[in-house]
Design a protein around this ligand. Structure first.
Ligand SMILES: Nc1ncnc2c1ncn2[C@@H]1O[C@H](COP(=O)(O)OP(=O)(O)OP(=O)(O)O)[C@@H](O)[C@H]1O
Ligand SMILES: [Mg+2]
Length: 280
């Protein structure tokens, strides 16, 4: 039997600044460049960091062109723009091409800073909208990655509805697991309300970590790691063995500067383990 297509992964932690957008951008690129997959990345955060990390300078150009975005996916139409009235929503009208491989692409549904305003001030969006839109328009994609905002909202539920797997980045520091109980509860609530939904936690990735070598990353890292281990055991969450180390290469990659990568060049070790776990 052909493997199920697409496989959708949301990257989430209800704590900010742990590397969600960085990981979503890099996994999307890795899947396209190394795994030769047809990939869609979705920015569900009004901060639009994923959009900037994939489009780089192209993001400001895109903003001035007032292209379609995740806002239109939820509102369900393309607003009138200089005549012609509102247009029906199409996949093309809300996707931006990031990398073109001919028969396969890396595409992005970008976000805008006014995403939350546009929607929270309007009628409460239907959390199944995104899943429906993806299943009617992106059946041929191999992989879909969704970058989530650090706060829980109807868009978190929208990401769950659309996803097969959840990937949880965590930074091994004081307060590392502060978002874990909230996330565990949010997932449990979702599963209770959607009993036939098979969403699973793929695992927890340790990001922005200092090396274990030498002084073992210091007592703070060790303390944080013990806390992470306890919380993950409690929730039955797998921890990936390959860590992403602290490196100035990561912000550079997000900016589109590929000259110096430092330890960010080791991202592939985690990416390989991640895809192997999902059987991809
Ligand atoms: N391994 C790393 N080494 C060094 N810097 C990193 C690493 N991972 C992420 N960063 C940096 O940390 C900051 C936060 O990363 P990122 O934006 O990916 O996190 P996030 O979880 O998406 O944040 P938010 O909750 O605001 O959406 C960025 O400046 C990013 O470049
Ligand atoms: Mg982010």
């Amino acid at each position: 039997m052909a493997p199920k297509k697409p496989i959708t992964i949301c990257v989430i932690n209800l704590k900010g600044g742990v590397g969600k957008s960085t990981i979503t951008a890099l996994l999307s690129r890795y899947a396209f460049n190394e795994k030769k997959k047809d990939v869609l990345a979705i920015d569900l955060d009004p901060q639009a960091n994923l959009s900037q990390g994939l489009l780089h300078q192209g993001y400001s150009t895109w903003l001035t062109q007032e292209g379609g975005s995740i806002v239109e996916v939820f509102s369900g139409f393309i607003p009138p723009n200089g005549g012609g009235g509102a247009q029906p929503l199409t996949a093309d009208s809300v996707t931006e091409l990031v990398l073109d491989g001919g028969s396969r692409k890396l595409e992005l549904i970008p976000s805008r800073f006014d995403f939350s305003d546009a929607l929270t001030n309007a009628v409460r969006p239907d959390p199944k909208t995104l899943a429906r839109f993806l299943s009617s328009n992106f059946k041929e994609k191999d992989l879909i990655f969704i970058d989530c905002a650090p706060t829980e909202s109807v868009f978190t539920t929208a990401a769950y509805h659309a996803s097969d797997y959840v990937l949880i980045p965590v930074k091994p520091e004081f307060f590392a697991t502060i978002g874990f109980p909230l996330l565990a509860e949010s997932l449990a609530n979702f599963k209770r309300r959607n009993k036939s939904h098979g969403i699973e936690v793929a695992g927890v990735v340790i990001n922005n970590a200092f090396y274990d070598g030498g002084n073992n990353g210091g007592p703070e890292k060790q303390r944080a790691m013990r806390g992470i281990l306890t919380e993950c055991q409690k929730n039955g969450w797998h921890i990936f063995s390959k860590q992403m180390y602290h490196s100035r290469g990561y912000p550079k990659l997000m900016r589109g500067d590929y000259n110096y990568q430092g330890d960010a060049a080791l991202f592939w070790t985690f990416a390989k383990e991640f895809f192997a776990r999902l059987g991809i």
